[in-house]
Structures are given as structure tokens and as C-alpha cells.
Design a protein around this ligand. Sequence first.
Ligand SMILES: *[C@@H]1O[C@H](CO)[C@@H](O)[C@H](O)[C@H]1NC(C)=O
Ligand SMILES: *[C@@H]1O[C@H](CO)[C@@H](O)[C@H](O)[C@H]1NC(C)=O
Ligand SMILES: *[C@@H]1O[C@H](CO)[C@@H](O)[C@H](O)[C@H]1NC(C)=O
Length: 258
Amino acid sequence: MNLNYKILLLLALCICNAESEDPSGQFCNTDTNIGSGSQISANINRLLAELVSKTTSNGFIATSYGKNQDQVFGLGQCRGDVSSIDCSSCIQDAAKQIRQRCPNQADARIWYDHCFLRYNNKSFPGEIDTSFGIFYWNVENVTDPENFNKELGTLMDQIRAQAAETKNKGLGKGDTKLSSFVTLYALVQCTRDLSQIDCAQCLAIAVGNFETFCKDRKGCRVLYSSCYVRYELYPFFFPLDSKSNNTMADTLMAIVYP
Ligand SMILES: *[C@@H]1O[C@H](CO)[C@@H](O)[C@H](O)[C@H]1NC(C)=O
Ligand SMILES: *[C@@H]1O[C@H](CO)[C@@H](O)[C@H](O)[C@H]1NC(C)=O
Ligand SMILES: *[C@@H]1O[C@H](CO)[C@@H](O)[C@H](O)[C@H]1NC(C)=O
């Protein structure tokens, strides 16, 4: 892990439900406080309406609203495996919750399992951003770390390569049978404003944090503003693999600030 980063908050214990409609995390940048009656605030509302409609129809949008010092930039994206119905409900929740949770910030971000939404008065689309990260890990450890880490590494390499292919729109996913009863599932997703090279780099940084946050864990998630990485010993992406056991355990969370 990069030593320029510091962990400010650790140990938010949650019994996290993979299908929960609560956000997985949020970031309200308090260095960008704005008044609720300001022009920026009004522009954010107009921007959000566009983000909701375009993300719903296309799965992704990066756009802006307003002029000069009141211009705001926004990005909305659903995970590539999510249906348009689930995408629509996720991005609507996100647009509502982000304004409630970050009412006075020009730079705000919110993560859900199925979608991600972000806006800022500084232009960000096309730029890789791993400054702020949220990490979740299963409190349980695998029983055979050596084999597990080998299989995880191989699967991650495969799906990272998928994600960096233009036709896959930043998404890579796959599974590997570890034994007759245990299957490893993994998914990576870059935001679609990134170039292939930046996508690969974001994922490399995320996976580089496995050693710190995910080592030998049965499941782990890295949430950045430019990419998302997750693996579990149960199916969590679509199409759902219903044959497999769903064993979710307590999850710990850390938030890393720049
Ligand atoms: C964004 O808004 C904040 C708060 O009003 C302001 O301090 C900052 O200069 C703005 N940034 C840009 C790039 O306009
Ligand atoms: C998993 O391993 C970590 C690091 O070795 C340890 O601190 C933790 O207690 C283990 N968890 C369980 C549930 O045994
Ligand atoms: C689910 O797990 C149990 C033991 O934990 C095992 O007996 C069973 O065969 C598993 N089912 C599948 C489909 O893997």
C-alpha cells in the first residue's frame, strides 16, 4: 500500500447484504463546500436529472452542466452485468441519496453494488482517480492460502485483461472452481471514461492493495472512483450462478483518504 495514504477510519462492522439497497460508501469532499441556494447547487440538480436518464438508457454517461465557475461535471455508471431495470432503480436511489448525504459539497461520490455516481465542479472525466478508496473484506480466512492465492491471481489476470478490451466496456468477470464444493467468483469494472491503459492501471492499483486489505480473505472489495474490484466465494454477479452455496460472513470496512 502506498504510504502517502492514511487510513482514517477502520472497523465499521457490518453484516453486509450483497443485495442491500444501501450504498456501499460515499465521499463528500468537505474542501468543496457550497451554499444550498448557490448556482452550483442548482446546476447539480439539473446535472443529476440528466445523469439518471442517460445512465438508465446507456449504462454510462459522463457529462457537464452550467457555465464558467458554476459548471459541474458528472458521471453515472452501472456495473456492466446489471440489467437495465436494476440499473435504473440503482441510479435513481444514488441520485437521491447523494444529495441527502452530501447536501453542501460540489464534489460528491456514492457507490452501490450495482452502480456508481459522482459529480464535481472540477473536471474529472477521463482522469484516473484512486485518491479515495473504500475496502471491504470478509473476516474469515481461506483454509488453503497457497492454492487460493494462486487461483485468485490467475483469475484476476484474466478478468483484468478482459476489462481492458474496448468491446467489454471496462468489465471483466469470471469464476474458477477451487474444489468440488467451492467456486471463486471475481469481477472488475472500470468507469467507461477511462482509456484502456488507465483502466489497466486503476485495476493494478486496486489489486496491489490486496496484500494490505484482502490477504487470505474469503472475500474482498476495493471501491475507487475509477474502478471496482471484488471477489467472493459465492456468486454475486449476473447471470447469477444458483447452483452454488451462498455463505456470507461478517465484513469489515476501511476508508482510505489521500
Ligand atoms: C469548486 O467550488 C469550490 C467551492 O465553492 C471552490 O472553492 C473551487 O474553487 C471550485 N473549483 C473550481 C475548479 O471551480
Ligand atoms: C484471519 O487472519 C488474520 C491475519 O492473519 C487474523 O488477524 C484474523 O484473526 C483471522 N480471522 C479469523 C476469523 O480467524
Ligand atoms: C453446500 O455446502 C455444503 C456444506 O457446507 C455441502 O455439503 C453442499 O454439497 C454444498 N452444495 C453445493 C451445491 O456446493
